[in-house]
Design a protein around this ligand. Structure first.
Ligand SMILES: Nc1ncnc2c1ncn2[C@@H]1O[C@H](COP(=O)(O)OP(=O)(O)O)[C@@H](O)[C@H]1O
Ligand SMILES: [Mg+2]
Length: 259
């Protein structure tokens, strides 16, 4: 059983506090949600956990060992896999090659081998076998999102961080994704922290939900309690938040920017 723990983390960019005294935890086998209006600090929190950004205050620990500030490569080797809000695939490479790239580091490859992770296994697991020889950029949007998850899983992570995996998906694609995320947890036993604006997706797939607003954590609990929490209703589900409950498909130019 592994445990990921964010303790009282703050992070500011100039005068903007993206994170203010934020704490959160996730254990093996849990699917934990992270929601909040745009600009709440969700992506910054994932960037801090995956050591893409150093913290200003506080700590991030994996099984009691500090990982904040160790750098994204080290963090990946330590067992934290992630996807990005804007898809970052190698667009000209095939689906299969995109996963192969993740196996290219000898260290991660060895870890994946020990856990029995293979390219064929990941392709099948994420329903991508039939598309394996297509270029990543030619895939429908939902499959690109699943390929990002497959690539993160090639590192055999103990924790998987997903930044808006359902953004821009239609209902059918989002339904498939719910099954995939659950299957990842059930079969690999890893802990998952998932950000999304699609509340139906989050409420269905998560056992616990953390709610952020303006850099702070304002609520934490099971989906039923979160839906009724007056602070959450005020800042997120009610009023301004309702307009954001289904994220828009990213602009065409963002998809075209895939190399
Ligand atoms: N690299 C950065 N430089 C300056 N400000 C940033 C940077 N990254 C995020 N921010 C600011 O931090 C706040 C939180 O952003 P972000 O974590 O992306 O929010 P969310 O993912 O919840 O929409 C926003 O005000 C955003 O403008
Ligand atoms: Mg974000």
């Amino acid at each position: 059983m592994a445990r990921l723990e964010v303790e009282r983390v703050s992070k500011h960019f100039g005068g903007v506090y993206a994170l203010r005294d934020v704490s959160l935890y996730c254990e093996s086998g849990e699917i934990v949600g992270l929601i909040g209006p745009n600009g709440a600090g969700k992506t910054t929190l994932l960037n801090v956990i995956s050591a893409a950004l150093p913290v200003d205050e506080g700590t991030v620990k994996l099984d009691g060992q500090r990982i904040d500030g160790t750098g994204p490569r080290n963090c990946a080797l330590m067992g934290i896999g992630r996807t990005f809000q804007n898809i970052r695939l190698f667009g000209r490479l095939s689906v299969r090659q995109n996963i192969d790239v993740a196996f290219s580091s000898a260290l991660t490859h060895r870890k994946a081998q020990l856990k029995g992770v293979t390219v064929d296994g990941l392709l099948a697991f994420m329903n991508l076998t039939a598309s394996q020889h297509r270029r990543a950029r030619e895939l429908p949007y939902g499959q690109q999102r699943r390929l990002e998850i497959a690539r993160a899983l090639a590192l055999a992570p103990d924790f998987l961080l997903l930044d808006e995996p359902a953004a821009g998906m239609n209902e059918a694609e989002s339904e498939i994704l719910i099954g995939s995320v659950r299957a990842v947890r059930d079969q690999s036993g890893c802990g998952i922290i998932v950000i999304d604006h699609d509340l139906r997706f989050i409420m269905t797939v998560c056992e616990r939900i953390n709610v952020m607003h303006m850099g702070g954590m304002i609520a934490h609990g099971p989906p039923e309690a979160i839906q009724k929490d007056p602070r959450v209703v005020e800042v997120y589900i009610g009023g301004r938040g309702r307009a954001q409950s289904r994220a828009k498909r990213p602009p065409a130019e963002a998809a075209a920017a895939i190399p």
